[in-house]
Design a protein around this ligand. Sequence first.
Ligand SMILES: [Mg+2]
Length: 433
Amino acid sequence: MTQSQNRQPDQNPQEAENRQDPRWKVIHADMDAFFASVEVLDDPSLKGLPLIIGHPGPRGVVSTASYEARKFGVHSALPSTEALRRCPEGVWRSPRGGRYGEISRQVMQVFREFTPLVEPLSVDEAFLDIEGSLKLYGGAIAIAHQIRERVFEQTGGLTVSIGVAPNKFLAKLASDLDKPDGLTVVDPDGIQELLDPLPVQKIWGVGPKTTRQLNDLGLHRIEDLRNAGLEFLMRRWGERSAQHLWALAHGRDSREVHEPESSKSISTENTFTVDIMKGSDSDKFLRNAAEEVCQSMRQQGFRARTVRLKVRASSFRTLTRSKTLDTPFIDAATLYNTGRELLTHVDLEAEGIRLLGLGVSGLVHASQPIQGQMFISELEPARDATVTGLIDQSRSDSRVPPLKRGSLLSPPPEKSGGGKGAAIEKSDQEETL
Ligand SMILES: [Mg+2]
């Protein structure tokens, strides 16, 4: 991790100061020729060849081209027939979505090591809001270096290009300026100088159609847009679009990095005053944590697919385990049972437990229909929801003692398979309280 800092040592204190500019809040990270690079990674004999990912048939289009193939004018979305004409010596490979997805997950996971606020734009690129991580990692540029190294390390040799900037638009623009394996930092005091000479199509959202319209009006570079004036743009594109274009032409973009709901998580953890051992103490924590997390999940209107367990041993060794269930759940019994099962998979080597955490991720809106439930009694989810509603009600009403699920009052059988039915039965008892 310090390797990158050695490679680019701070020249002087002033430079070091600049390298910590708190205005660098957003990173855009974009894998280089992603599909083609994955193919080369898996088959090094393809290295250096004009590699084209796609189907060379008459109706095919190019999905990704290696940098060698790009020299022939082959690029994404080009009809395959045209790619064959431009680059007859091109080496073709069919896309392998599953493999790209696998690497994509590794890469996104690396991004999340640096901030929880990661907004994937596609399988191979994402925005990262790093404002909250600047101090921890020694500034935006240090984060960028570390991301590149971690991606390289984690994938076994893939490169990523990174843009560091005060906002999303500039970060996305920057990541593209020095591909492949680039790192471009936008000087917050030199934004106009950077933008002015660039062609208008470099503005995020300006596609071929708008580019043509702008060019027809004699507007070719971003500077031309500024000189044309806001009113001119408004007459042509209407107030909203013109103002958006105007702001971007000045490097202003107030859009925030949005973490997709499916990667949000809800969790709770506790550091014990005295280390505990696996057994009744850990069970007690998991029971309460499951109730707490599920209540929060219901309040926010989610179900979850994935259960996460975090264990910190006496020696500060931190272990995490997770399990993704087939069906999204909302009930504490499922969370507790799964958390308990995950804990059995943690080998503490006779150490005590200093911290325990239980949480959920892979959230989906509770209103979303659940697939694969066709053959389970349709009454079950409804009954479960009723019980759950009663529990939440009792918790928010100070006049009644809080209800707990029957299934949570005593440890369930070791095996959690088929636990759903059991949980419902016990919940019914509870309902009669
Ligand atoms: Mg890319």
